[in-house]
Design a protein around this ligand. Structure first.
Ligand SMILES: Nc1ncnc2c1ncn2[C@@H]1O[C@H](COP(=O)(O)OP(=O)(O)OP(=O)(O)O)[C@@H](O)[C@H]1O
Ligand SMILES: [Mg+2]
Length: 260
Protein backbone atom coordinates (compact mmCIF):
# COMPACT_ATOMS: atom_id res chain seq x y z
CA UNK A 1 0.00 0.00 0.00
CA UNK A 2 2.75 2.43 1.00
CA UNK A 3 4.38 1.97 -2.40
CA UNK A 4 1.31 2.87 -4.45
CA UNK A 5 1.79 6.33 -6.06
CA UNK A 6 -0.80 8.92 -5.10
CA UNK A 7 0.76 11.76 -7.04
CA UNK A 8 3.16 11.95 -9.96
CA UNK A 9 4.77 15.28 -10.86
CA UNK A 10 6.71 14.86 -14.08
CA UNK A 11 9.16 17.54 -15.24
CA UNK A 12 6.75 20.35 -14.43
CA UNK A 13 7.46 23.94 -15.49
CA UNK A 14 5.13 26.76 -14.42
CA UNK A 15 5.36 30.32 -15.75
CA UNK A 16 3.63 33.54 -14.85
CA UNK A 17 3.24 36.35 -17.35
CA UNK A 18 2.89 39.87 -16.06
CA UNK A 19 1.87 42.65 -18.41
CA UNK A 20 3.02 46.28 -18.51
CA UNK A 21 4.74 46.16 -15.15
CA UNK A 22 7.30 48.51 -13.67
CA UNK A 23 10.82 47.35 -13.22
CA UNK A 24 13.55 49.09 -11.23
CA UNK A 25 16.68 50.03 -13.17
CA UNK A 26 20.18 50.77 -11.93
CA UNK A 27 21.99 49.00 -9.16
CA UNK A 28 19.60 49.80 -6.33
CA UNK A 29 16.07 48.43 -6.21
CA UNK A 30 15.04 51.81 -4.81
CA UNK A 31 16.37 53.49 -7.95
CA UNK A 32 14.48 54.88 -10.95
CA UNK A 33 11.44 52.95 -12.06
CA UNK A 34 10.88 52.43 -15.77
CA UNK A 35 7.46 51.52 -17.07
CA UNK A 36 7.35 48.79 -19.68
CA UNK A 37 4.13 49.72 -21.45
CA UNK A 38 2.85 46.68 -23.29
CA UNK A 39 5.87 44.62 -22.29
CA UNK A 40 5.58 41.13 -20.91
CA UNK A 41 7.67 39.77 -18.09
CA UNK A 42 7.98 36.03 -17.84
CA UNK A 43 8.54 34.56 -14.39
CA UNK A 44 9.71 30.96 -14.43
CA UNK A 45 8.37 30.04 -11.00
CA UNK A 46 8.79 26.25 -11.20
CA UNK A 47 11.52 24.76 -13.37
CA UNK A 48 11.53 21.07 -14.16
CA UNK A 49 10.27 19.60 -10.88
CA UNK A 50 9.69 15.83 -10.74
CA UNK A 51 8.74 13.60 -7.82
CA UNK A 52 6.42 10.74 -6.94
CA UNK A 53 4.37 10.73 -3.72
CA UNK A 54 2.82 7.59 -2.25
CA UNK A 55 -0.28 6.75 -0.29
CA UNK A 56 0.44 7.17 3.39
CA UNK A 57 3.27 9.70 2.99
CA UNK A 58 3.51 13.11 4.59
CA UNK A 59 5.88 15.38 2.67
CA UNK A 60 7.26 18.78 3.65
CA UNK A 61 8.24 21.47 1.13
CA UNK A 62 10.87 24.03 2.13
CA UNK A 63 12.75 26.80 0.33
CA UNK A 64 13.36 30.56 0.31
CA UNK A 65 10.62 33.16 -0.32
CA UNK A 66 9.73 33.01 -4.00
CA UNK A 67 11.25 29.56 -4.54
CA UNK A 68 7.99 28.27 -6.05
CA UNK A 69 6.39 26.35 -3.16
CA UNK A 70 2.90 27.92 -3.33
CA UNK A 71 2.98 27.82 -7.12
CA UNK A 72 3.72 24.10 -7.10
CA UNK A 73 0.92 23.41 -4.61
CA UNK A 74 -1.60 25.45 -6.59
CA UNK A 75 -0.71 23.54 -9.75
CA UNK A 76 -1.06 20.18 -7.95
CA UNK A 77 -4.49 21.30 -6.72
CA UNK A 78 -5.44 22.01 -10.33
CA UNK A 79 -5.60 25.78 -9.91
CA UNK A 80 -2.76 26.70 -12.27
CA UNK A 81 -1.81 25.40 -15.71
CA UNK A 82 1.67 24.04 -16.33
CA UNK A 83 3.81 25.44 -19.15
CA UNK A 84 5.06 21.89 -19.73
CA UNK A 85 5.22 18.58 -17.92
CA UNK A 86 2.40 16.62 -16.31
CA UNK A 87 0.73 16.20 -12.93
CA UNK A 88 -1.28 13.11 -12.13
CA UNK A 89 -3.14 12.70 -8.82
CA UNK A 90 -4.95 9.57 -7.68
CA UNK A 91 -8.08 10.83 -5.93
CA UNK A 92 -9.41 14.13 -4.63
CA UNK A 93 -7.21 17.07 -3.61
CA UNK A 94 -7.87 19.94 -1.22
CA UNK A 95 -5.63 22.98 -0.91
CA UNK A 96 -5.51 24.70 2.44
CA UNK A 97 -3.80 28.02 1.96
CA UNK A 98 -3.21 31.15 3.96
CA UNK A 99 -5.76 32.88 1.74
CA UNK A 100 -8.37 30.13 1.61
CA UNK A 101 -11.54 31.70 0.27
CA UNK A 102 -13.61 32.21 3.38
CA UNK A 103 -15.98 35.16 3.71
CA UNK A 104 -14.95 37.63 6.37
CA UNK A 105 -18.44 39.08 6.75
CA UNK A 106 -20.12 35.73 7.32
CA UNK A 107 -20.15 33.72 10.52
CA UNK A 108 -17.99 30.66 11.08
CA UNK A 109 -21.11 28.50 10.74
CA UNK A 110 -21.95 29.95 7.31
CA UNK A 111 -18.34 29.55 6.24
CA UNK A 112 -18.41 25.89 7.24
CA UNK A 113 -21.33 25.36 4.88
CA UNK A 114 -19.91 27.44 2.02
CA UNK A 115 -16.38 26.09 2.45
CA UNK A 116 -17.72 22.53 2.50
CA UNK A 117 -19.68 23.13 -0.71
CA UNK A 118 -16.62 24.72 -2.34
CA UNK A 119 -14.63 21.60 -1.50
CA UNK A 120 -17.24 19.38 -3.14
CA UNK A 121 -19.18 18.09 -0.11
CA UNK A 122 -22.94 17.71 -0.47
CA UNK A 123 -25.22 19.59 1.97
CA UNK A 124 -26.04 16.23 3.57
CA UNK A 125 -22.35 15.45 4.09
CA UNK A 126 -21.79 18.90 5.58
CA UNK A 127 -24.69 18.40 8.00
CA UNK A 128 -23.38 14.96 8.93
CA UNK A 129 -19.85 16.26 9.67
CA UNK A 130 -20.90 19.55 11.21
CA UNK A 131 -20.37 18.60 14.86
CA UNK A 132 -17.04 16.93 14.22
CA UNK A 133 -15.94 20.04 12.37
CA UNK A 134 -17.03 22.41 15.09
CA UNK A 135 -15.14 20.27 17.54
CA UNK A 136 -12.01 20.24 15.38
CA UNK A 137 -12.10 24.02 14.94
CA UNK A 138 -12.45 24.39 18.72
CA UNK A 139 -13.35 28.09 18.70
CA UNK A 140 -16.58 27.79 20.71
CA UNK A 141 -19.11 30.64 20.53
CA UNK A 142 -16.98 32.56 18.05
CA UNK A 143 -18.57 30.36 15.38
CA UNK A 144 -21.64 32.61 15.55
CA UNK A 145 -19.63 35.79 14.92
CA UNK A 146 -18.45 37.10 11.54
CA UNK A 147 -14.97 35.92 10.68
CA UNK A 148 -13.60 39.46 10.67
CA UNK A 149 -13.87 39.27 14.48
CA UNK A 150 -11.49 36.29 14.59
CA UNK A 151 -7.83 36.36 15.47
CA UNK A 152 -5.54 34.93 12.80
CA UNK A 153 -5.13 31.77 14.86
CA UNK A 154 -8.92 31.29 15.07
CA UNK A 155 -9.22 31.73 11.29
CA UNK A 156 -6.47 29.17 10.82
CA UNK A 157 -8.31 26.67 13.02
CA UNK A 158 -11.52 27.09 11.08
CA UNK A 159 -9.79 26.83 7.69
CA UNK A 160 -8.00 23.69 8.79
CA UNK A 161 -11.20 22.11 10.10
CA UNK A 162 -13.13 22.89 6.91
CA UNK A 163 -10.50 21.63 4.52
CA UNK A 164 -9.78 18.44 6.42
CA UNK A 165 -13.52 17.72 6.72
CA UNK A 166 -13.51 17.14 2.97
CA UNK A 167 -11.49 13.98 3.69
CA UNK A 168 -9.29 14.54 0.68
CA UNK A 169 -6.98 11.82 -0.60
CA UNK A 170 -4.35 14.49 -1.02
CA UNK A 171 -4.29 17.39 1.45
CA UNK A 172 -2.08 20.32 0.46
CA UNK A 173 -1.28 22.76 3.25
CA UNK A 174 0.42 26.07 2.46
CA UNK A 175 1.73 27.73 5.63
CA UNK A 176 -1.74 27.49 7.15
CA UNK A 177 -0.53 25.97 10.40
CA UNK A 178 1.90 28.79 11.14
CA UNK A 179 -0.44 30.97 13.19
CA UNK A 180 -1.86 28.31 15.48
CA UNK A 181 -1.09 27.76 19.15
CA UNK A 182 0.32 24.54 20.61
CA UNK A 183 -3.08 22.91 21.02
CA UNK A 184 -4.02 23.67 17.41
CA UNK A 185 -0.70 22.27 16.21
CA UNK A 186 -1.42 19.10 18.16
CA UNK A 187 -4.92 18.80 16.63
CA UNK A 188 -3.54 19.44 13.13
CA UNK A 189 -0.92 16.84 13.70
CA UNK A 190 -3.50 14.28 14.76
CA UNK A 191 -5.64 15.07 11.71
CA UNK A 192 -2.62 14.75 9.40
CA UNK A 193 -1.75 11.41 11.02
CA UNK A 194 -5.34 10.29 10.45
CA UNK A 195 -5.25 11.18 6.76
CA UNK A 196 -1.89 9.51 6.31
CA UNK A 197 -3.15 6.50 8.30
CA UNK A 198 -6.10 6.20 5.93
CA UNK A 199 -3.61 5.98 3.04
CA UNK A 200 -4.00 9.62 2.10
CA UNK A 201 -1.07 11.91 1.31
CA UNK A 202 -0.24 15.23 2.94
CA UNK A 203 2.04 17.87 1.42
CA UNK A 204 2.92 20.65 3.82
CA UNK A 205 4.69 23.91 2.93
CA UNK A 206 6.27 25.61 5.91
CA UNK A 207 9.10 27.92 6.89
CA UNK A 208 9.00 26.35 10.35
CA UNK A 209 11.59 23.62 10.46
CA UNK A 210 10.19 22.31 13.74
CA UNK A 211 6.73 21.89 12.11
CA UNK A 212 8.31 20.10 9.15
CA UNK A 213 10.39 17.95 11.46
CA UNK A 214 7.43 16.90 13.59
CA UNK A 215 4.94 16.32 10.78
CA UNK A 216 6.81 15.05 7.73
CA UNK A 217 8.70 11.85 6.86
CA UNK A 218 10.15 13.27 3.69
CA UNK A 219 11.15 16.74 2.50
CA UNK A 220 11.38 18.45 -0.88
CA UNK A 221 13.65 21.51 -1.05
CA UNK A 222 12.96 24.08 -3.76
CA UNK A 223 15.47 26.72 -4.76
CA UNK A 224 14.64 29.25 -7.51
CA UNK A 225 11.97 26.90 -8.85
CA UNK A 226 14.20 23.84 -8.99
CA UNK A 227 14.07 20.77 -6.79
CA UNK A 228 17.50 20.64 -5.15
CA UNK A 229 16.84 17.87 -2.62
CA UNK A 230 14.27 15.14 -2.02
CA UNK A 231 14.77 12.67 0.81
CA UNK A 232 14.18 11.72 4.44
CA UNK A 233 13.40 14.76 6.63
CA UNK A 234 16.49 14.49 8.81
CA UNK A 235 18.86 14.29 5.82
CA UNK A 236 17.34 17.15 3.84
CA UNK A 237 17.07 19.48 6.83
CA UNK A 238 20.69 18.77 7.71
CA UNK A 239 21.78 19.59 4.16
CA UNK A 240 19.57 22.70 4.14
CA UNK A 241 21.06 23.89 7.39
CA UNK A 242 24.61 23.22 6.20
CA UNK A 243 24.07 25.02 2.87
CA UNK A 244 22.02 28.00 4.06
CA UNK A 245 23.47 28.42 7.53
CA UNK A 246 19.91 28.47 8.92
CA UNK A 247 19.25 26.45 12.04
CA UNK A 248 16.57 23.80 11.56
CA UNK A 249 15.45 23.53 15.19
CA UNK A 250 16.85 20.08 15.60
CA UNK A 251 16.27 18.89 19.17
CA UNK A 252 19.49 19.05 21.12
CA UNK A 253 20.36 17.11 24.30
CA UNK A 254 19.71 20.28 26.32
CA UNK A 255 16.05 20.25 25.28
CA UNK A 256 15.27 16.67 26.28
CA UNK A 257 12.50 15.89 28.71
CA UNK A 258 14.44 15.37 31.92
CA UNK A 259 15.77 18.93 31.65
CA UNK A 260 12.55 20.80 30.74
N1 LIG B 1 0.40 35.71 -9.54
C1 LIG B 1 1.70 35.86 -9.84
N2 LIG B 1 2.08 36.59 -10.92
C2 LIG B 1 3.38 36.72 -11.25
N3 LIG B 1 4.40 36.17 -10.57
C3 LIG B 1 4.08 35.44 -9.49
C4 LIG B 1 2.73 35.23 -9.06
N4 LIG B 1 2.74 34.46 -7.96
C5 LIG B 1 4.02 34.18 -7.69
N5 LIG B 1 4.84 34.76 -8.61
C6 LIG B 1 6.31 34.65 -8.67
O1 LIG B 1 6.62 33.27 -8.79
C7 LIG B 1 7.75 32.94 -8.00
C8 LIG B 1 7.38 31.84 -7.00
O2 LIG B 1 6.42 32.36 -6.09
P1 LIG B 1 5.72 31.47 -4.97
O3 LIG B 1 4.63 32.28 -4.39
O4 LIG B 1 5.37 30.15 -5.54
O5 LIG B 1 6.91 31.29 -3.93
P2 LIG B 1 6.91 30.64 -2.46
O6 LIG B 1 8.03 29.66 -2.44
O7 LIG B 1 5.55 30.18 -2.11
O8 LIG B 1 7.34 31.88 -1.57
P3 LIG B 1 6.95 32.25 -0.02
O9 LIG B 1 7.83 31.44 0.86
O10 LIG B 1 7.26 33.70 0.05
O11 LIG B 1 5.47 31.96 0.16
C9 LIG B 1 8.22 34.24 -7.35
O12 LIG B 1 9.22 34.79 -8.17
C10 LIG B 1 6.97 35.12 -7.41
O13 LIG B 1 7.33 36.46 -7.51
MG1 LIG C 1 4.16 30.75 -0.65
Amino acid sequence: MAERPSLVVDDVHIHYRTFGGRRPTGSSWMGAVRRHVGSVDLVKAVRGVSFVAHHGESIGVIGHNGSGKSTLLRAIAGGLPTASGAIWADGSTALLGVNAALMRDLSGHRNIVLGGLALGLTPAEIAERHDELVDLAGIGDFLHLPMRAYSSGMSARLRFAISSAARPDLLLIDEALATGDAEFKQRSRERIDEIVGEAGTVILVSHSMSTIRSMCDRVLWLDHGRLVADGPTVDVLEEYSARTGRPTARPTPRRTQEVS
